[in-house]
Structures are given as structure tokens and as C-alpha cells.
Design a protein around this ligand. Sequence first.
Ligand code: IPM
Ligand code: MG
Length: 368
Amino acid sequence: MIKVKKRKILLLPGDGIGPEVITEVKKIISWFNDKKSLDFEIDQELVGGCSYDKHGTPITDEVFYKALESEVIMLGAVGGPTWDNLEFSKKPERALLKLRKELKLFANLRPAICFKQLVDASTLKPEVVSGLDIMIVRELTGGIYFGEPRGIKPIENGERKGINTHTYTTSEITRVARIAFDLARKRSNKVTSCEKSNVMEAGQLWKEEVQELQEKEYKDVELSHMLADNCAMQLLRNPKQFDVIVTDNLFGDMLSDQASMLTGSLGLLPSASLGAKNKDGEMRAMYEPIHGSAPDIAGQGIANPIASILSFAMALRYSLDLDKEADILEKAVQDVLNDGLRTKDIMSEGMKETSTSAMGDAIISKLQ
Ligand code: IPM
Ligand code: MG
């Protein structure tokens, strides 16, 4: 069993704009090391398409073992059109899925917060989204993403059949529901659990187990159940009705993309993927912006580093027990937005357009 090493941060910039945004995170980590005398040990490795190009695999064993012994992993993004036609096992995304599964990062926290400075960037009316603050808790190591049997196989009539399997067990459901209930207690105390219990047995089990857990341990938290398709609709109709949403891997993938756009830009939203705490209180965790590798703008120095920087703030909060430092960093981001600095993706009239690195520098100057 490989032990987690305290304060060891592994940077996995990945592909596309990943390296550009992780460079800014690196600057922030160095600032905390120098100015706050924190002793983060940083290492950096290839993962995704860039790893495939160099080593013929999206993640080498060496990098995987480094990930296993890191307390915090900061991931940029993986994938891009260059690698679209690779066989399944070699695709950049497999690296990400392997890290999630093998590191047992079962709880994926995806906040969707609408920054007041950017209300107009949303495609929805300002009154629908202003003040929005939702936390989506997505189950990340089960469901149809990993269920067996899976594959593509020939069948008798000469056609082919594609197979994936959706399964959930009681403990897989309750451990992620527990995370959602605990988070709700620190927020507005409301959990909405989403499934398709009207068509899927696994959805029915999901609903029953979440309900039972609430009755046993979380009576003080308000719980409602919602069909996932209705949730998709309600997110557009009246998103502020939600506090914490807990849902499975696939529905969580889709609902979190949808929720993110309520806030105007994908470039602002962080995420955390957390494992269970062991008996010494140690926990594996991976933090990443929810935007992808954005190959269309890669290499131009215009990507928004805020989602990655806020992902590091989540790492300070959830992994490193440095709430105060997380507050300072989040405040610095707010200050920079208040000053009117904008990367291209969130640019609007009267604001000052800045590059990726100028945005990172501006955030650091606010930290001082
Ligand atoms: C996400 C992404 C991934 C997923 C891809 C890149 C495998 O869409 O993190 O939401 O489907 O989980
Ligand atoms: Mg997704």
C-alpha cells in the first residue's frame, strides 16, 4: 500500500491550454511557499495526449505511482483532436479515468457560482442567475463509466453490439450521499438527489438508499428527490432553488456542464475529486478546472487561469486544512475581477483584456 506524502503536490498540466493555466497555479504555489513559508513540494509530469506522444501511453506507471503518493494532484486538462482516433485504451481521457478509479476519488465536487461581476456573461437573464451558488456532488468511480460487461462485440446477424453496464451498490451510493449531506450542513442545508428511478433499477436503489441515510443520520438536512431529466429543466427554469445536488457519474457529468454555463463562463469553475479519509485522516484528492483542453485557443496565451487557480483554493481548503489561505486566494480573484481585468472568454465592454499570465500576475499582486 503506497502512503500519501503530506504536502506533496503533483502537477499534471496535460494537453491544450492545460500547461498554460497550470503555469499560473505554479506561480501561486511558489508565492505561498516564499511569502507564507509553506513547504509545498512540487513535482510535474506528463499525462494525456502529451504522454501518449512521448511514451505511447496516456499515463505511465511511473507517473501513476507518483500520483498515488501525492496528497494533492493539480490537473490541467487532457485530450484534443490529435488523439481522437486512437484506440480506446490509448485515448488521453483514459489517464483521467484511471486516476479517478484507482485512486478511489469517488466524490466530485463541482460548484457553480455566478460571480456578481459577470452576471451579464450568462445566456440567462440576470435575475435568474445572480447570486447563484450550487454545489453538484457527482459520483465519480461507479455507474456506467466503469460497469462491466462493456465493449463492442459482433453478434449473430453480422451486426455489432455496443455494451455498457450501469450498476451501483449501497455503499457506493451512501458514501457519496454522506459527502453531499455534510456539505449541505455547511451551506443552506438542502440536498436534491437526482436519478431516473422511474426507468432504472439502479436509480430506484439510489433513491431508496439516499432516503434511508437521511432518515438515519441527517434528519436535520432537507432532502428532495428529482428525476434527472426534470433536474436538467429546473436548472434552466429556476436554478436558485438548488443548494447541493447529488447524482451519479453520468447524470453528474451532464448536469454539471449545464450548471456551469448558468454562470457565464467555464473558465471560472474549479472542481475537486476526493477519496475517503484513512484512519490517519489522510485523503487522496485531485483538483482540476472543469473546462477542457480547449485546443482551439491553446498556445495563444489567452486562456483563463481562474478556474485552475480556484481549484488550488479548493485544495487549500479540502486537502491542506488552510482555510485562511483559501479565503485570501479567493478574495484576490474577486479583487482582480472588481478591477475590471478580464481574459478574452469573459471580456465585455469597458473592461481591460488581459493574457493568461497577466491574470496570474494580477492575482498574485492582490495576494501581497
Ligand atoms: C468531465 C469530463 C470527463 C468525463 C471526460 C474528459 C472523460 O467530461 O470531467 O466532466 O466524462 O468525466
Ligand atoms: Mg464532463
